[in-house]
Design a protein around this ligand. Structure first.
Ligand SMILES: Nc1ncnc2c1ncn2[C@@H]1O[C@H](COP(=O)(O)OP(=O)(O)OP(=O)(O)O)[C@@H](O)[C@H]1O
Ligand SMILES: [Mg+2]
Length: 264
């Protein structure tokens, strides 16, 4: 019977490649593919703060699917193939470039703090920042000089990454504006996808309210992970609102968390 199934289908047959803070990666059905599983864990401040928020993984899986599918459709290359179930999606395995690429349209978070800008100030133009993906070092901000000197990406790759980031920003800004949401900033990860001898840089990981700052245009309410970082509560309601505005969930739908929780 369906409701007796554990929340995480037994996956002992699958090889687990990596378990991160928010997701698990499993070996995919074909070579070069992976299964990306979205957990309910919420972390902030380099995992110093941690909570399990029932239903977050399901919402992020759906929202990320929606955004990646649209990016694929407009010709922005991504790792996304298709969603498999409530918590999982099939993706292409890439060689992750160890950078968090942040695009900012409006001052918030660490930029506001560092430069003494008032949160909500529109920036003169979109700004791209790079952070070195390294939890032990707290993901420090780095420049193109560091990236090329340490060989994390070549100058050509940095150009490709910036072009991708700008295309993602243009697309997402317009999409969210159309549903009454201000795209303040977001983070993407990119990776090298090999196709025979050819390599191209694609958007990987996830794009969701965990990795974006999304403010309601009218009320300036936060509809993203800052609700968790700042203990504002109502995270699931906010993510559900984003999903509803994007037309992913219907007006009266509630997020299905997939049956009883397994006691671990
Ligand atoms: N297409 C892909 N191929 C290979 N690895 C990927 C792909 N997409 C995302 N990843 C990696 O899978 C992991 C996703 O797990 P999660 O987001 O939970 O990690 P994390 O705890 O945030 O740690 P990290 O600092 O590595 O991101 C990340 O390390 C991410 O870089
Ligand atoms: Mg991550």
């Amino acid at each position: 019977m369906d409701f007796l199934k554990p929340r995480y289908t037994p996956m002992n047959r699958r090889r687990r490649i990596y378990e991160g803070k928010a997701k698990v990666l499993y070996e995919g059905p074909e070579p070069g593919t992976l299964i990306q599983h979205f957990k309910d864990d919420a972390t902030a401040f380099n995992a110093k703060k941690h909570e399990v928020i029932d239903g977050k993984g399901v919402l992020n899986n759906r929202i990320s699917e929606f955004l990646f599918q649209h990016l694929n459709d407009i010709g922005v290359p991504t790792h996304f193939i298709r969603r498999l179930n409530m918590r999982e999606q099939l993706i292409r395995e890439v060689e992750i470039i160890p950078l968090e690429v942040v695009v900012r349209n409006v001052a918030a978070g660490s930029l506001a703090t560092r430069l003494g800008l008032e949160e909500g100030t529109q920036l003169p133009r979109s700004i791209i920042e790079f952070y070195y993906k390294n939890d032990a070092l707290n993901d420090p901000m780095v420049s193109e000089e560091h990236i090329t000197a340490f060989g994390w990406a070549t100058p050509q790759e940095i150009d490709d990454i910036m072009a991708l980031a700008i295309r993602v920003n243009d697309f997402l800004s317009g999409l969210f504006l159309g549903v009454g949401i201000r795209l303040v900033d977001f983070k993407i990860e990119t990776g090298r996808l090999w196709e025979g001898d050819m390599m191209r840089i694609v958007v990987a990981d996830e794009i969701s309210p965990d990795s974006c700052r999304l403010w309601d245009i009218k009320s300036a309410d936060k509809l993203d992970k800052d609700r968790f970082r700042k203990d504002l509560g109502g995270l699931i309601e906010a993510y559900t609102e984003v999903a509803k505005r994007l037309g992913i969930m219907s007006e009266n739908e509630k997020v299905q968390t997939g049956g009883p929780r397994l006691v671990q």
